[in-house]
Write a protein that binds this ligand. Sequence first.
Ligand code: F6R
Length: 245
Amino acid sequence: MKLIIVKDAAEMSRKAAEIFAARIKKKANLVLGLATGSTPEKMYAELAKMNRRKEVDFTEVSTFNLDEYVGLRGDHDQSYRYFMNKNLFNKINIQKENTHVPDGMALDTKETCKLYELAIKGAGGVDLQLLGIGSNGHIAFNEPGSPKASRTRVVKLTKNTIKDNSRFFKKVSEVPTKALSMGNGTINEAKEIVLIANGANKAKAVKATLEGPVTEAVPASLVRDHKKITFILDEEAASLLTKKK
Ligand code: F6R
């Protein structure tokens, strides 16, 4: 496990983008696992900038997003497909057909989740997975208590997550209560993981992840012992850690 503590969100974003760009330079057809949310926004802007400057080429890259709300269409401004198009895919030279986000409007969600897993396998597995972390320690929408071996499936969001995410909606009642999410087991199979976190509201979850027990009660702790994982934290997110190396 590698721990990088940086000054602020800007530096966290640059560092993470540099890692992603370096891996793509090494393997042009890299398979990325991607996250949404506030945390990766600046990192995606960095990657878009690098792509504009022709420092990184996404022509052969393919992507699989971690999750999507159930009931939101891809053109809904709070869907994760919309987020990805707006913040990254529309700004880089990726081929849209190589980008995958679980289909929140699927009628047969079970089958959709099964096919998503198969698509990841068919692409050769995720080479590099980006993760954020929820203030309750969730990764993707694997809420506390999600089984270690869980796969892509429909999950119910906790009150905590609905409240956290309501900042993007007009009313809390508009926040979807279910999502399709890769499982902890799916995520752990990525060949490499980069987890980014910034801000004081993540400090408790980061502390529990890195210094608490490995437990399903804190899903992020389940990736801590991954064979190739880098945590990039800003000073605020790392503020409660006793061991800063
Ligand atoms: C979203 C995802 C979530 C977020 C987490 C943190 O694709 O995987 O687990 O990473 O909820 O969200 P932000 O970055 O908005 O604090």
